[in-house]
Design a protein. Structure first.
Length: 577
């Protein structure tokens, strides 16, 4: 069954649910308004006889309809009936998401097998999708009905319908029809949700299949196809019509970013009522030389402070013999001169690392990686700062690609994207709030920044790693990795969502999940803190648990063979998923 056929079938089933709800309400509504109509005719007659003013008549109608006990019972009945219908519709929609995802995933697989010679794609069945979505509930756009909010919305609509009928001076049958239209509003909303959810699930399946194809060495792109010719498509989606981009890059229009039509993580105004579609563009297998190209172009750093040790200045108080002190002092001066010479040579090599000639080169690099550089960064910092920084980030993006863009569950249960960003921040030398931030006062002079950083490595304030400035970039990337680990750990149990009803069937189930999360977090923190003060750690690593993580990450990813680096590597293998 195609996704369009499934959507039409689902729409018919949803309509039957609301038809039944309307039948259940019709008798109650007819009974209520039949009683009211008898009284209303008497009051209308008084108006015609001049014994009752129009204003008094409207006031009587309002009080009788909106304040009476029978009306309140009817209104509450409408709210509960619609809630039941909405929950039933949501359950039906949710049951269709898994087969719809599988259809989209397998569609891309079959297409790849048709296009690529001697290629076999592993299809997915519904059981596999169930297991996948059990471990990661953000994959599919499951519909959750907030009971209290739903009843409140329908109650408000019922009150509004009745009040408008009274204000317009409508007949009783027309007011009754207004009330029954509330069921139609719920039905229209449910059908729209079904169409959007199924399209989102289908496109997510296709997107994940493209990801699998990319891992198999296939060059994948995607094309946005807007529905044109009927004047109903929003301008923002017409902007994307026939836009072709790499499969793992988001489409961007005047509303924002969106990975595929009906992407549940995009801005709502970019999603609701979307009728667009997406097609894959299979460019063929990557050539062996393409796969090896990054390694061929990789520039090896030819400097390091790892072998440098700052000579210690002798103190007069440590020597009983004056001549021995002067001899030690002269030796120190010679060693200091030699050390300064070697240190300056290292700094010169560090600042001479060259990758970019212009700001446009840096912007092109960032665009190719799918990351953003704030507008004022390249206008503020020494452009040389981006040479070795970009090389270190390329390495990190390759080893820990999830950090570039991942999903975060907000307090209300909605999902948004965390995107890696390069910006400016006055705190410290470098910082890692949402990516990588340069201190503009320090990095307006790249040589001064490098000199300060490398001196800190030599003195043992920072881990040495491989003895390069790249170690500091890895340190900041480590902060991002720690944030990712701790965020995804909490999201596994929906810990940050304010209302437990959104994800759990009972409060006891929620408390049990909360207990499991807190125990897991406690174990994670205990393992991390056990790394403190191991051989190879730095003074800075003892500042707090965040710097302990970042310093351990820098030491390990820089190839440090210290006790601290090795232990951190084992720790990260257990916790980074």
């Amino acid at each position: 069954m195609t996704v369009e056929q499934r959507t039409r079938s689902l729409g018919r089933r949803i309509s039957k649910i609301y038809d039944q709800a309307e039948k259940e309400l019709a008798e109650k509504v007819d009974s209520f308004f039949a009683d009211f109509e008898r009284l209303d005719k008497k009051q209308s007659a008084l108006v015609n006889a001049g014994k009752l003013s129009e204003e008094e008549y409207k006031k009587w109608r309002k009080n009788k309809l909106l304040m009476g006990e029978k009306y309140k019972q009817l209104r509450d009945n409408v709210g509960q009936t619609m809630l039941k219908a909405n929950e039933t519709a949501a359950a039906i929609i949710n049951r269709e998401l898994i087969p719809t995802y599988a259809t989209g995933y397998n569609f891309e697989g079959h297409k790849a097998e048709d296009v690529l010679v001697k290629y076999s794609f592993d299809l997915i069945d519904e059981e596999a999708v169930k297991r996948l979505t059990t471990s990661n509930k953000t994959i599919l756009p499951y519909k959750i009905v907030d009971g209290r909010r739903d009843v409140r919305w329908n109650t408000k609509k019922v009150n509004s319908a009745i009040l408008q009928g009274i204000i317009q001076g409508e007949s009783v049958p027309k007011i009754a029809k207004r009330l029954m239209n509330v069921t139609k509003m719920n039905e229209v909303s449910a059908v729209r949700n079904a169409r959007t959810a199924l399209a989102g699930a289908h496109n997510r399946g296709r997107f994940d299949a493209m990801k699998k194809l990319d891992k198999d060495g296939v060059i994948m792109q995607k094309e946005w196809l807007a529905t044109t010719g009927d004047g109903r498509t929003r301008d923002a989606h017409l902007e994307l019509h026939h836009v072709v981009i790499d499969y793992d890059k988001p489409f961007e229009n005047s509303i924002g970013r969106i990975m595929f039509p009906c992407d549940p993580n995009a801005h709502p105004s970019n999603v609701y009522n979307c009728r667009c579609s997406m097609v894959s563009v299979i460019k063929g297998f990557r050539k062996p030389e393409e796969d090896s190209k990054p390694e061929e172009e990789k520039q090896e750093l030819d400097y390091s402070v790892s072998g440098l040790a700052e000579p210690e200045r002798p103190r007069r108080s440590d020597f009983e013999d004056e001549d021995a002190y002067y001899e030690a002092r002269d030796k120190y001066r010679a060693e200091r001169e030699e050390y300064d010479k070697k240190f300056n040579e290292v700094v010169d090599k560090a600042v001479s690392v060259k990758r970019f000639d212009t700001k446009d080169d840096v912007i092109a690099w960032a665009k190719n990686n799918g990351i953003k550089i704030d507008d004022n960064v390249l206008e503020t910092i020494d452009l040389r700062s981006m040479n070795e920084t970009s090389m270190a980030l390329d390495e990190m993006f390759s080893r820990f690609p999830e950090i570039k863009r991942y999903q975060i569950e907000d307090f209300d249960g909605s999902i948004f994207w965390s995107d890696f960003n390069i910006g400016l921040d006055d705190s410290g030398m470098l910082s890692a709030n949402g990516g990588l931030n340069f201190n503009p006062r320090i990095f307006e002079d790249y040589e001064g920044a490098v000199r300060s950083a490398l001196r800190g490595q030599v003195e043992g304030y920072f881990v040495k790693g491989d003895g390069t400035f790249s170690s500091f970039i890895r340190h900041e990337y480590g902060h991002n990795v720690q944030s990712y680990i701790e965020t995804t750990m909490a999201q596994e149990y929906h810990y940050y969502v304010d209302d437990w009803r959104k994800n759990y069937n009972s409060f006891d189930e929620y408390k049990q999940a909360e207990s499991l999360y807190l125990e897991k977090k406690k174990r994670y923190k205990s393992e991390l803190l056990s790394l403190a003060n191991l051989s190879g750690s730095s003074e800075y690593s003892n500042t707090n648990e965040h710097e302990l993580f970042a310093e351990g990450f820098a030491e390990w990813t820089s190839g440090g063979q210290t006790e601290f680096g090795k232990a951190f590597g084992e720790f990260l293998r257990r916790w980074y998923k």
